[in-house]
Design a protein around this ligand. Structure first.
Ligand SMILES: *[C@@H]1O[C@H](CO)[C@@H](O)[C@H](O)[C@H]1NC(C)=O
Ligand SMILES: *[C@@H]1O[C@H](CO)[C@@H](O)[C@H](O)[C@H]1NC(C)=O
Ligand SMILES: *[C@@H]1O[C@H](CO)[C@@H](O)[C@H](O)[C@H]1NC(C)=O
Ligand SMILES: *[C@@H]1O[C@H](CO)[C@@H](O)[C@H](O)[C@H]1NC(C)=O
Ligand SMILES: *[C@@H]1O[C@H](CO)[C@@H](O)[C@H](O)[C@H]1NC(C)=O
Length: 323
């Protein structure tokens, strides 16, 4: 009797052990499955254009954004069109490569690379294919009459070619002019994608002030801070604003003029009617620097901030971030 009952007891313990091992295994398998499902969803979103866009999906950034999106039930990310003017020069391939691998981290993006040339440079096309961001490689030479000018309106024919592409081929989302010599924090792409009309934010390494930004007080634009105002209504840098595609398409006359120094201002003016109160302020009410007009050169130290004039504005914050 004793022997039998003790053996029954042993059997029960063994069964319990087996059961708990099986249960734990099931738990682990289920957890892994959930993880792989999250990555799969990210891939699908990054692949809307059906191109050879091999987005890295395993970083925490994508998983976080998935959680946010799932909880707010957004079906998919609005497409982001990035217009990059470029031209043949010693740094061209290096700059395109650096920018391209930044853009590779951005989901649902389409890259319009437009060369100031009559024929697309095969080396650039090859590099764009290697990088693997969905792209269109176009050409738009500067008209001859502007080539004789001392200060040439560089990048205008390219950007207008990009705008023509968007007017014809895009149906929603947002576009942004990303020059190939800038630096971009990925955060700004997440933010600009939801622009309703026009959004703006600070750009570092611009002019003697070391930055260019809307001046923001209590959440509204109060003016612009830029080393060169030049009578502009919108004294902003090309890297400091994004525009909604549908809004742009509702402004049939919107175009960039061949006027060196006034490209941003006159393009933004051509989007009229646009009330300055409608401009959306990104980068935490313009208190963060998420883009830099790097250029491949050494920059002077920024001028000090006039605290008498600018105390109580975003500029106090921004100045702590620059040299
Ligand atoms: C629209 O896209 C097509 C296909 O990529 C292209 O051939 C065409 O040139 C584009 N249209 C414009 C105006 O850029
Ligand atoms: C800031 O703006 C809000 C409305 O957006 C207003 O109620 C408030 O009085 C303003 N504060 C200051 C200090 O101007
Ligand atoms: C921007 O400032 C306004 C007014 O102070 C505030 O209501 C809003 O929450 C701020 N937005 C961000 C993203 O900080
Ligand atoms: C811009 O909008 C503000 C607030 O909605 C309004 O008070 C102002 O008159 C508008 N300005 C123009 C030029 O329409
Ligand atoms: C700036 O304003 C803050 C309060 O908003 C004040 O404490 C500080 O002394 C002021 N700084 C200067 C230099 O005026």
């Amino acid at each position: 009797m004793n022997i039998i009952s003790s053996s029954v007891c042993t059997m029960k313990t063994t069964t319990k052990m087996y059961l708990s091992v099986i249960l734990s295994t099931l738990c682990i398998v289920f957890y892994q499955y959930q993880l792989s499902k999250a990555n799969f969803v990210t891939l699908q979103r990054g692949d809307v254009f059906g191109g050879n866009n091999n987005i890295v999906t395993s970083d925490s950034r994508n998983i976080n954004s998935i959680e946010v999106k799932e909880s707010t039930k957004t079906p998919s990310l609005p497409p982001l069109y990035v217009i990059t003017p470029t031209y043949r020069r010693p740094e061209q391939l290096a700059e395109i490569t650096r920018l391209g691998y930044t853009l590779k981290h951005v989901p649902n993006i389409f890259w319009l690379v437009i060369e100031d040339a009559t024929v697309a440079t095969p080396l650039v096309t090859r590099q764009l294919k290697r990088i693997g961001v969905p792209f269109e490689h176009l050409v738009a030479p500067m008209p001859d009459r502007f080539k004789k000018r001392v200060v040439k309106p560089r990048g205008v024919s390219n950007r207008n070619r990009g705008l023509a592409w968007i007017r014809k081929n895009a149906s929603d989302g947002v576009f942004y002019f990303a020059d190939d010599d800038n630096t971009y924090d990925l955060e700004i792409f997440d933010q600009m994608r939801y622009t309703k009309k026009v959004s703006m934010w600070p750009v570092g390494l611009v002019t003697k002030y070391g930055l260019s930004s809307p001046i923001v007080r209590n959440g509204t634009i109060f003016g612009f801070y830029d080393g060169w105002i030049g009578g502009r209504k919108y004294p902003v840098d090309m890297a400091g604003f994004a525009v909604n595609v549908k809004f742009f398409q509702s402004r049939p006359k919107a175009i960039m003029p061949y006027h060196a120094g006034y490209e941003e201002d006159k393009f933004l003016r051509s989007l009229a009617p646009l009330n300055i109160t409608e401009i959306e302020l990104l980068a935490s009410n313009c208190t963060e620097i998420l883009t830099w007009h790097t250029q491949t050169k050494k920059n002077p130290v920024a001028s000090p901030l006039d605290m008498h004039k600018y105390n109580g504005t975003n500029l106090v914050n921004l100045h702590k971030l620059i040299v």
